[in-house]
Design a protein around this ligand. Sequence first.
Ligand code: GLU
Length: 596
Amino acid sequence: MLGAGVCAGLVAGGLSGAGTVAGAAPVPLAPARQAVATGYGGTVASVDPDATQVGLDVLRRGGNAVDAAVATAAALGVTEPYSAGVGGGGFLVSYDARTRRVSTIDGRETAPAALTETGFLDPATGSPRPFADLVNSTLSVGVPGTPATWDAALRRSGTMPLADVLSGARSLAERGFVVDGEFHDQTVANAERFADFSSTADLFLPGGEAPAVGSVFRNPDLARTYGLLAEHGVGALYGGELGRAVVDTVTAPPVAPGVEREVLRGAMTLDDVAAYRAVPRKPTRVRHAGLDVYGMPAPSSGGTTVGEALNILRAKGSGYTGADLEHLRLEAAALAFADRNRYVGDPDVVDVPQRELLSSRFAASRACLVDVASTLPRPLAAGALHTGVSCPAGGPANPTPYEGESTTHLVTADAQGNVVSYTLTIEQTGGSGIVVPGRGFLLNNELTDFNAAPVVAGQPDPNLPGPGKRPRSSMAPTIVLQGSRPLLATGSPGGATIIGTVLGILVNRLDGGMDLPAAIAAPRVSEQNGVRATAEQAYVDSPLGVEMQARGHALTPTDEIGAAVGLEFLADGRIQAVAEPERRGGGAAGVVHPAP
Ligand code: GLU
């Protein structure tokens, strides 16, 4: 633990200034945040300026989009450790300029073999354990999939060895980064549960406090972890000393002295870790606005739910604009959520009718329920499959259970036209709250994405826990092709809100006449087939939001939805990278050769 955490001094001049901490190595600069960057030679957009720089450096060294994506992701593990890292999982969608094909990697965490369907029920009562008890436990820790995702992506289409790709993140962890308001606030929000685990408190609460804004945060333990992966490959985790450390932490979490609450324990074994595989899966594809929209299939519901909603819009016909288009989008999202809640789970364990969910016939049977002049009562029932019946309705409502909202998304492209759209997570902000002692990373609590018990009584639930099973996700990394060439890529964090965020960006950009920066900046609403949708205050107060409420869409205001990034190949040959202008403190877009 020596040298971990925060340097004593603050950076002279705050966030924008350079300086040194007495007796320490030179203090790093905090690179500028930039929401939009346009130019040539490749691009990276992420939520964090240091991570975007690490990805751009890889492109400048001759790496391709896949190399840059893994490098950026590893750097996010340093600067956004509460959202992503070695202890988590994610989904990567990529376009290969040589084959002109889109492919995906499922790096979702898996449940240990010992987790059964009733594993999240309290044996004393037979009822689901309180969600908070699962969140702050190792019972909800899945076998991490992120290093396997990096390895699979690099083997399939990278050009650099893992060790080279990790070098930027490794030195970032060593030399540190300048703490911003977001990192500080996330630490404060998690301080109480972080304090319950000595390894977490040592790293993230040095001296018992959250790192101050403007101080430099170093994580030499994580630098060593990246060193191990660089030296031994991902076998260091899936069968090596890192795997043993993960298993030891899950089975005997480092509960701080004096903590009285019971910390539920998972039963992960070395065999569980060694059995982990990142799985290549066929992407989802739907036609929209004359383009092909590719997304992530099950166990993520991102691709099928965004895709079904777009299909419903298509079935309603083009020509809708403004409030009519917005109303149809919300209705389509509610229907698609009802279907995802009923039908989508781990496709290796349950039968997921993805073809049917994305078929024009199914979309037509859902679209005919939608009227531009009225609003369907929520929550809606799932559609019947394979009926061939026009406009079936009825059955029990399929509302959306709660999902945590942390995570981070990045996009990269290179000069050859390869593209990556990658969402990675440790589930909640701060994951399980448990740092693997001496390794510098938090363990996920992704298994809380399972439904502890069937959400709708008497109806089969595709997302119950199970041995080796992957919990359903909402992550929606997306790539849109025009013909066989990429047009744009996007994605967002935000749990179940991700789907509405990505759908909104696509509809704003492809149907609503906005450019990508405007589509990403636009106020957001999240329709999940609940009695009320959540919406940013700016949306609630906007003319569009007011009109939606007048049409019967009940809105509950919330602070902020998502933190998206995207990129677009412009008609003049330049690439445009786009990050949030405001949300999560603003993201960082960069290009290799700027040409504004
Ligand atoms: N666990 C969530 C999912 O897989 C992601 C969490 C988030 O996006 O914040 O959908």
